[in-house]
Write a protein that binds this ligand. Sequence first.
Ligand code: UD1
Ligand code: CA
Length: 471
Amino acid sequence: MGAMTGMAVEWVGVALAAGRGTRMRSRIPKALHEVCGAPMLSHAASAIRAAGVMRLAVVAPGEPADAATKLAGAADGAEVVVQPQPLGTADALLSARRACEGAGGVLAGPADAPLTLGATLEKMMRKHERSGALATVLTARTETPYGMGRVARDSSGRLASIVEEADAAPEELEINEVNAGWYCFDPEWLWESLERVRPSRSGEKYLTDLVETAAREGAADWLEAADADEALGVNDMSQLAKVESVMRDRIRGRWMLAGVRLNDPATIYIDVGASLGRDTVVLPGTHVLGGTRVGSGCRIGPGTWLSDCVVSDGASVASSHCEGASIGANASVGPYSRLRPGAKIGPDVHVGNYAEVKSSEVGRGSRVGHFSYIGDAEVGRDVNIGAGSVTCNFDGKNKHRTIIGDGAFIGSGTMLVAPVEIGPGGRTGAGSVVTRDVAAGDLVVGVPARRGAVKRQLQNRGGDNGHDQPR
Ligand code: UD1
Ligand code: CA
């Protein structure tokens, strides 16, 4: 062991993710269920890496066929080994033997306990190295030990064994110290001992048996997690919800400590991969999801949904649904806007109520105030899109692009039938249906819109009707 040689031990982490997950009653492999926007396995993998263990193996089930690939993706860079049959946690770890070749220490844990912290695992590893134990187990004290293995101790308080709930005597069920499911092992001892594990009454081979074996050999140690929540495991949908609510609280706490103002935190949902800048205010009922990055001094919400978006400093996004969009500095979006993937909203832009933008750039200072659809378009700077204007991008078969030059003025209710281009400073009258390109500075009006028709229409109009109109 490292403690004896005085040299750093090379650890391998093993995440067990090959169980049946029967209690989830789901077709999705358990470790792929998401907690705060990331699969449970990826939380376990992050904890292992945060503990300084960079070599990682994941034990995946043989079925469904795509599980191994998906788990590999979730653990990003881990070696995946398959446990063909779910014969128990001891058998699962044994499947990772080859992947652990040459390791000086094995850190093994469940893929269904996403609240365990890297710092705790690291503490356990250091204790394991110091004590020279054969096996070290992470424990926790809880008033609700139900469903977990209980930690049995002898009369002098020494670790004796882990008793699974199904096998526990009534007095053992009273024990409120539980097995969190994470272990450090001396590899040489581990593989040999794993081969000797006999099936339990349930037919499964329990990894927990090794604690008793090590204890008998006088070399079992433990670390008690400072926070019992770290031991919370997910075996069913209700535990999944519980674990997620604990993680949400942690995430919110972290951002508040980083200077983000969460107004009514319990109603604000922030994924683990999202980030927020200081002095940003997040109002109730808001979701900040996926890899969303919000800058500083922003105002998000109430009731805003941001998924994989980038929001630059000083922007505001009120009561809007935004996905895969970027929002420039000091832009204002909403209330009630919809930004779809590929919407690139420039700085100082205003996108207003009931406006939808998809796969389009909107240049600095432009305004899409009311009821508009902008799809597959390039909108220049300082453009005004009048209420109810539409880029008619779909001809029933194909999508076409609309280009609107800087300073253009699109009158209310203009239909821009793509492909079409409005030159810089071009203008369209209210209700125009634009089927042909408009040259820079030109004004077109009518159905279909024409230059020649402009004079007559403007004469017939009889004064200002109060709508957004070129003058
Ligand atoms: C296990 C422990 C229990 C501990 C609890 C902590 C055993 C026997 N019991 O119980 O003492 O309190 O975790 O959360 O270990 N797995 C496989 N292959 C298998 C079986 C399971 O890879 O054949 C994986 C599962 O996918 C899961 C992990 O191992 O990620 C733990 O298995 P699970 O069935 O959830 O064990 P628990 O009943 O929670
Ligand atoms: Ca479990």
